[in-house]
Structure formats: C-alpha cells, structure tokens
Unconditional design. Structure first.
Length: 441
C-alpha cells in the first residue's frame, strides 16, 4: 500500500510529498523535470526501487512546484525557489539532514543545495546528471523536435523511446509512462518548464560541493549524454563516477537497474567522510553610495548622518525581506551574503530603488562562489570578486558575474551583457520580476 501524500508549505505554495521507510538514514529523491509521487507506485519496477530504498532509509519523494500534485504557479521557479521547496519538504518531514538522490534535471538543484547547505546534505548521489542544458538537448533543432512531440503527442507515452528504450515494446509500461506525462504536467507547462531549463548552467559551482558524491550514468543514455555525468564528476572534488552500459535514462528501467540500486545503497550506507561546513556556496553583495563625499559636504554633518541612518535602515529591512545576512557596513555601503543568487539580485534592486527615494544613488556588485565562514567575516575569492565587481559598477548600476547570470536563469531577472572584469564577463541587471520577488521570502 503506497504512502499517504502530504503537503509542505513553501511560501504560499503547497508542495506534495510522501514519506516512507524507517531506516536509520534519511534520503530525499529529487525528481527529474516532471513527476507525480502517487503514480510512481503503479509501475512495478519503480515501486521496487522505492521499496529497496525504504528498506534501509527513511525516504521522501516530492513533486516540484508546478508539476505533479504540487500547486500550479503563474510563473515557474528558478533554482532559488526550488531550493526553498526542497528545504520546506525536509522541514515538514522532520529531516534536519538527508542524503540527496538527484535525478536528471533534479541533479543541478541537488548540487546547488549541497553546496549551499552542506550541513543539511549528508551525501549526494546523482543519476543522468548534467551541468549544462546542452548535454540534454545539444542543439536548438533537437529542442524544437521535443516541443513538437509535446504539442502533438504529450500524454501518449511515445517519449519512452528516448527515456527507456529497453521498455519501448512493453505496452503496459508505455501506458503507464503516458499517464506519468499527463499527471506530471500539461503540455503548456512542459514547454514553459523546458524553456526555463534550457538556461541551466551550474558549471561554476561544481567545485564548491564538499559532500561525498557519487555520479552514475549509462554510457549510451539517449536523453542526457554521458559526457554530462563525466563533466559533473570531474568538477566536484573527490566525486566518484560510475559508468554502466545501457541507453535507458530511467534508472529503474533496463537490465542493470538492480546494479544501480546496489551502488546507491552501498554509497548511502557506507561510512561518512567528515564534511567541514565552514566553507559554503553563497552569493555576496557589495553596495556603495555614489559620490558620498560630495553629498556629505553638501548636506553637512548632521543631515548626512540622518540620511545614512535612513539608508542603513532601508538596507536592513530589505536584507530581512530577502533573507540576507548582514556582514558589515563599509562606511556608506554594505557587505551581505545570501543563500540564493536571485534573492541577492532582487535585494540589490530593492535597495537601489529605495535609495533613490532619498536622493541617493547606489552602485552594487554580486558574485556567487565558495566562501569561508570560519571567521567573523566571510573570506575567500568570492568576496574579493564581488567587491571588485561593485567597484566596476557605474552610478545606479547593479552588476553581476557570469556565475550569477547562469544561476538566476528562469527566475524573471533580465540581464544585459556588459563589460568584463579581467576574464570574468559581467552583466547589468535590467529588471527583477516583482511577482517572483513577492514569493522569495
């Protein structure tokens, strides 16, 4: 009998999840691009995989917002909000820490979560993973062909040829897969989701992962090239790569599905390597009031101090709103960190807008990278780079690194290519979606 579906609240959105098993460790299954937690159990091979997991772990499965049994949303989320949803599910299930099993499109989310919250991630197993969308759809023509399938045949299960070719002649499996398509998302939602996914690029953050990692990939995977898994494993420090024969993308299909289950169980239940949690992925923001010396001279000491007090209060309100961490003031500017890049960009936009109400012009710079939090003030290359980006910003300009640009893809933030800092491309923020900002708390 399948587990009861429950709901975790993430902001104003309800995320459907199931919790089952009573093993000594926690495992969260982070799904691919569409899923339905109740439909899982109607396919024997999938149910067998989940039952195997539950034999040694307490397991949580969930549907990402906009898919499956979770709330539909007007705008599909970026990786920041997806991390919020994953954390909300873990909290609702009472999991302070868990091992993550990230599947296909769920792998980039799992990687970002593990790098940002290493204290909550015990280990990371990735299957059919990729760092860039091009490992999934290498050309625009291939993506358009998929959109053609979605428009004409979504819900028929015809895509089983790509996702599980070993089951292509199994009529019962194709009927189940077609139902999985229909229950996972509507054709319009799938198209919107895939357009957002086409912007995924987490290459720059892979070296920041510090938890034990296993990368599993079939060498002939017809959906995501094995080169995607090889790239992920090569860039995550200490990651182990397990390549297996076969061309199925679904891990529970194919003649070596049990071998995949064996590898995951051995990895998750083996001895844990100590993971230092003082080095984590963070988005660093520097702000500065443009022309502060001249402004102070024109206003006089008292009026200038009053203005600074108002400005600092405004910044602190917005840091609270966007869950930023104030590190220190830098005279007339601020240094702050965030656990999500889109949140940091929106905070910078809000600060710049409010500052203009007081007749103040702000310049800001943001970068996402690994930071050392062992001291009172975070340190490391990411902090230095963010500070230099802020120094490059013109009056009223918010500049972000290419790493931030890659990670906010699909989050409603508009960027334009600008100049470069040494060899690092910089982008200017043109717009941050008000809708998304209201849901990023």
């Amino acid at each position: 009998m399948q587990p009861v579906t429950q709901y975790a609240k993430s902001g104003d959105v309800h995320i459907a999840y199931q919790a089952f098993g009573e093993g000594p460790i926690n495992v969260v299954v982070v799904p691919g691009f569409v899923s339905n937690v109740e439909n899982y159990w109607d396919e024997p091979s999938f149910a067998r995989f989940l039952t195997r997991l539950a034999s040694y772990a307490r397991v949580v499965t969930f549907d990402k917002r906009g898919t499956g049994m979770s709330d539909r949303v007007a705008e599909l989320p970026g990786l920041d909000q997806r991390m919020d949803d994953l954390r909300a599910v873990m909290d609702a299930a009472g999991m302070e820490q868990a091992s993550l099993f990230g599947i296909s499109e769920g792998a980039p989310l799992s990687v970002l979560f593990a790098a940002t919250y290493p204290d909550r991630c015990r280990a990371l197993a990735l299957y059919g993973s990729f760092s860039r969308f091009s490992y999934w759809f290498p050309t625009e023509e291939a993506l358009q062909a998929f959109f053609g399938y979605v428009a004409q045949a979504w819900g028929t299960g015809g895509s089983v040829q790509r996702f599980a070719p070993s089951r292509a002649d199994d009529a019962a499996f194709q009927r189940w897969w077609g139902r999985n398509e229909r229950l996972g998302a509507s054709p319009a939602a799938v198209t919107q989701l895939m357009r957002m996914n086409s912007q995924i690029d987490i290459s720059a953050i892979l070296p920041a992962v510090r938890v034990p990692t296993l990368v599993i990939h079939r060498t002939g995977d017809k959906a995501v090239s094995v080169e995607g898994g090889r790239d992920v494993a090569a860039k995550i420090p200490g990651a182990r790569l397990l390549e297996l024969p076969g061309d199925d993308h679904l891990y529970y299909a194919g003649p070596n599905a049990e071998e995949i289950s064996d590898a995951i169980e051995e990895f998750f239940t083996g001895s844990r390597t100590h993971v230092p949690v003082d080095r984590v992925l963070a988005t660093v923001l520097f702000t500065d009031i443009v022309g502060s010396t001249e402004k102070a001279a024109a206003l006089g000491d008292q009026r200038w101090r009053d203005l600074l007090d108002h400005h600092h209060a405004t910044i602190r309100r917005n840091l609270t709103r966007f869950r930023g961490r104030e590190v220190k003031t830098t005279g007339d500017g601020f240094l702050a960190t965030f656990d999500g890049p889109a949140r940091g960009v929106r905070c910078a936009c809000a600060i710049a807008e409010r500052a203009s109400w007081h007749g103040v012009t702000v310049a800001a710079g943001l970068h996402t990278g690994e930071c050392d939090f062992s001291g009172a003030v975070p340190s490391g290359a990411a902090v230095r780079i963010a500070e230099r980006i802020a120094q490059c910003a013109a009056p009223g300009e918010i500049l972000v690194s290419s790493t931030v640009s890659d990670l906010v893809a699909g989050s409603g933030i508009e960027l334009t290519a600008g100049r470069a800092l040494d060899t690092l491309p910089l982008f200017e923020v043109r717009r941050a979606s008000a809708f998304a900002a209201s849901n990023l708390r």
